[in-house]
Structure formats: structure tokens, C-alpha cells
Design a binder for this molecule. Sequence first.
Ligand SMILES: NC(=O)c1ccc[n+]([C@@H]2O[C@H](COP(=O)([O-])OP(=O)(O)OC[C@H]3O[C@@H](n4cnc5c(N)ncnc54)[C@H](OP(=O)(O)O)[C@@H]3O)[C@@H](O)[C@H]2O)c1
Length: 294
Amino acid sequence: MKTVLISGGRGLIGKSLSRVLRQKGYTVYKLTRKPIKSSHIYWNPEKQTIESKYLSEIDIIINLAGSNIASKKWSVDRKIDLVNSRVNSIDFLKKSAEKMPNLKYFISASGINCYGYNGPHEKIESDPYGKDFLSRLVKDWETASDSFSDVCPVAKLRIAMVIDRRGGALKKIMRPIKFGLGSPLGSGKQYVPWIHIDDLCSMFVYCIENNISGTYNAANGYISNHELMKTITKKMKKPFFLPAIPKGILKVFLGEMASMLTESLKVSNEKIRKAGFRFRYANFDSAITEIVKK
Ligand SMILES: NC(=O)c1ccc[n+]([C@@H]2O[C@H](COP(=O)([O-])OP(=O)(O)OC[C@H]3O[C@@H](n4cnc5c(N)ncnc54)[C@H](OP(=O)(O)O)[C@@H]3O)[C@@H](O)[C@H]2O)c1
């Protein structure tokens, strides 16, 4: 069975994905700045350091490394960190690939928020990048990933909001709802693309096992913010009566980052379905039922 190296593998997606891969028989090593297990390999892209153990065994790289987009307001310095932690770490990974003679495949996380907002149609992968900060970030991130194409096939998954009870956006959304404080954000009419963590992990595995290359929207679908909040609140058996939090207030607290919550984005998942991938969760209701049940 093949050996996989996951950069940023100790984060939310990496934890589930490594579990799925190990269950399927893959050997998984994680690149991390804070190793605590024997399967962790220390690296620090900023310092251009990497431990060389296991690198000669690597067949596949899954790149998930990058500072968390939603954990802090986007100051000028923060924006630089969001870009550098992705682009520079891929550049360093590419240099380190010299120590991986067996490397056959590179797949990287990318972001769905790359098309700009509020267009009337579902965005497909060949649509142009938007002009906002996240769109420019994704463009640089994907260009860096493409540098691997002179070594092996490259795939990029433009990941939507990940639905996972263990962390990320959903955990943050569920917190006020637990206290009976669920309400829509902004107009509530804006669409939010989403993906269940199980479907995302299956999509990574599907791409690896079918040697899929290119760029793919990774989203089960999209849902209006009002419907999303209402569905989660209902499943948690909590009240949903509070007025929407106005966009202006969100902007005061979150700055430019508020755009991720208040602006609308519709995306198509037809390309990955045409490549043969089948989603497990057909709609948000079934995905969230499974999460809340746990
Ligand atoms: N979760 C989502 O909803 C979502 C949606 C769209 C796209 N994505 C993208 O998918 C990737 C994985 O997401 P995630 O939710 O698993 O993220 P996460 O939980 O924040 O984990 C990201 C990992 O990146 C590593 N990292 C952070 N800063 C770094 C730096 N300066 N240099 C090198 N490594 C660094 C960290 O690993 P160590 O601390 O162990 O080094 C961390 O565990 C990210 O790039 C994210 O932007 C996620």
C-alpha cells in the first residue's frame, strides 16, 4: 500500500483524512511544526527546515498547511501570513520533494472563495478568479501547487465550508445556538457552499485512487444563510426567533473577514461528479442530522 505525507495533517481536515487513509491501509506521516508522535515529521517552512526521516518512502503528498483563515481579523500582517503560510510552505515542500524519489501524486487544499461574490450563476472551475483578497490568495496558492506538475500529476480541491462537529465554522456556529441565541447573519439570503467532512475525505481518497488531476469545487452544495442557521437550530432543538445580525455589525467585529459570512456564492460540483465521484450527503439537512446525532 502507498505512503502518504500530509502537510498540516494535525489540523481539522488532516485528523479525519488520516484516519480514513489508515483504515484503507495507507501509511500516513504528518508534517508539522509541533511533532508529538513517531509518525510526525518536523518541518518549519519559515525556517526552511525539514526532518528527512521517511521522506524517501513518500508516494503521495496531501497539502493542507496554512494559517487558519477565520481565526483572526485580517490586518495587513495577518493577510501576509495567510498567503505566506500557504505559498511559501508549498515552495519549500517542492524543494523538499528532491528527497522523495517515489513521489507520484500531489493534491492540495484550495478555497472555494475564489470567484468573488454575488454572481447570479453557479461558479464552475473555469470561471475567472475574483478580485477580493481571498480570490487573490487562492490564485497564488493554486499557482504554487501547480509548480509540482513538473514532478507528478497535481490536483487542487477548492474546499467549501467544512461541516464537522469537531471544529471549524460549524463548531463556532453551534456555540451561540446552544445558548438559544441562533440567528441569521446579514440579509440571510446569501448562499454558503458547504461540504460534509466525510464527503471531503472521500473526495481526497477518490482523487488519489483514480489519479485525478486538475481543479475541482469540493462542495456538496450551497444553502442560504437563513436556511443553514434555521436547520442547525432545529436539529439542536433550540429556538430560532432572534432578528438577523446586521452586516454592518459583523463588519465592525470581523472587518473584511465578514465578507465570508455576508456575501453570496453559488458553486457547481458537476465536474467532480462527472469524474465519477458520488457524494454521500445529498442535502444540508441529511448532513447536519448525521452531525448532530453524534
Ligand atoms: N476547514 C474548512 O472549512 C476549510 C475550508 C476551505 C479550505 N480549507 C483549507 O484546507 C486546509 C486545511 O484546513 P483545516 O481546517 O484542517 O485547517 P487547520 O485546522 O487550521 O489546520 C491547518 C494546519 O496548517 C498548519 N499550519 C498553520 N500555519 C502554518 C504555517 N505558517 N506553516 C506551516 N504550516 C502551518 C498547522 O499545522 P502545525 O501547527 O501542526 O504545523 C495546522 O494544523 C487549510 O489550508 C484551509 O485553509 C479549510
